[in-house]
Design a protein around this ligand. Structure first.
Ligand code: CP3
Length: 336
């Protein structure tokens, strides 16, 4: 939390996006036979899975085990997460009438989320819990495409062809995600991360016109809670300043832009998070160490740095390599 606020820290803190999940044998065992989105509504299981990487690695934060589409499931949309594919939505949103199916969840629909957060904050003690949600563009892209996409053709066809519908959709999704985040914060989460994983596909001029207002609405909705707000997307080198200006305190950076250059692009007053290339986890230990050291060198002059990967932990990553990264960062960033 101190690094997010750009205050002095005893050592650089480290956590990993997708630190809970298929790379851990204890996760695969806990999830056996339980569909992903069912598991997200089982508080004891959510708490156990969230704790697994904290116990194993001694990371400096837990990240809530859930999914960006969890609040869509909570309001009764027909959707599932297909293993190896991602979220699949039975009836995509393509017309104004489809907006009627989208509304912010009621408190009782998110009660299992709040219960899981309360279990976790009790168990975690001083270790912060990072809550999260999907940003309007990324969530809307799943809703419009009906599933994962490479080119986002339907999404962009709507953005350019019916901008009024597109912005109305993102505005609704902003309310859904805001409710999901507020539920986590009010149950005890110490920080939140807004994932705009796929927004790197949008040109900056279009981002500012069609996307940023909805992301800004989410950040504004949680502003009075006073918790650090992290914002992250993949391939966002050209968008770093705009992402920060949407209202984040911390900008997550993928591995394509070195952190000293990211700081220049983001501008003053924000902490940075990142940005080890996840593929380095598959390199020999000495090469991995060198890559971690390079990220630390790039961040040496930043007032606030939270070490992370440049995207999520790959499902086939070796947990031993992740443990090595945590220890390396802790041992080599001790402030005197
Ligand atoms: O980081 C963590 O440890 C918390 C858990 C977390 C999950 N999803 C669990 C999950 C987080 C932060 C997410 C967010 C999420 N979900 C994002 C944004 C983060 C990112 O990676 O950019 C996105 C785009 C999604 C949508 C989604 N859900 C995808 C693309 C997938 C993978 C599908 C696959 O099988 O390859 C999921 C499923 C998912 N979410 C899993 C986990 C652990 C895998 C489920 C399984 O075990 O089968």
């Amino acid at each position: 939390m101190r690094a997010c606020r750009r205050e002095p820290v005893p050592h650089t803190p480290v956590w990993f996006m997708r630190q809970a999940g298929r790379s851990l044998p204890e996760y695969r065992k806990a999830r056996e036979g339980i569909p992903m989105l069912d598991s997200c509504f089982m508080p004891e299981l959510v708490a156990e899975i969230t704790m697994q990487p904290v116990r194993r690695y001694g990371v400096d934060a837990a990240v809530f085990f859930s999914d960006i589409v969890t609040p869509l499931k909570a309001i009764g949309l027909d959707l599932e997460i297909k293993p190896g594919v991602g979220p699949v939505i039975a009836e995509p949103v393509r017309a104004a009438a489809d907006l009627d199916r989208l509304r912010a969840p009621e408190p009782d629909e998110l009660a299992p989320i709040a219960a899981a957060v309360r279990l976790l904050t009790a168990e975690l003690g001083a270790t912060p819990l990072i809550g999260f949600g999907g940003a309007p563009f990324t969530l809307a892209s799943y809703l419009i495409e009906g599933g994962p996409s490479k080119g986002f053709e339907h999404t962009k066809a709507m953005m350019y062809g019916d901008p009024q519908l597109f912005t109305a959709l993102l505005d609704r999704v902003a309310d859904i995600t805001s409710t999901f985040l507020l539920t986590q914060i009010d149950a005890g989460a110490s920080a939140i991360q807004l994932f705009d994983s796929w927004v790197g596909s949008v040109a900056p001029v279009d981002y500012r016109q069609y996307v940023q207002p909805a992301s800004a609405k989410v950040f504004a909705a949680v502003a009075d809670r006073g918790v650090p707000r992290i914002h992250f997307g993949v391939g966002t080198g050209e968008l770093l300043r705009d992402l920060g200006e949407a209202g984040a305190d911390v900008v997550g950076v993928d591995w394509r832009v070195p952190l000293h250059e990211a700081e220049r692009r983001v501008g003053p007053g924000k902490a940075l998070q990142g940005n080890l290339d996840p593929a380095t986890l598959f390199a020999p230990p000495a090469a991995l160490d060198a890559a971690v050291q390079r990220v630390l060198d790039d961040a040496a002059r930043l007032p606030g740095h939270v070490f992370n990967l440049g995207h999520g932990v790959p499902p086939n990553a070796d947990p031993g390599q992740l443990a090595r990264v945590v220890d390396y960062v802790h041992e080599n960033t001790v402030r005197s």
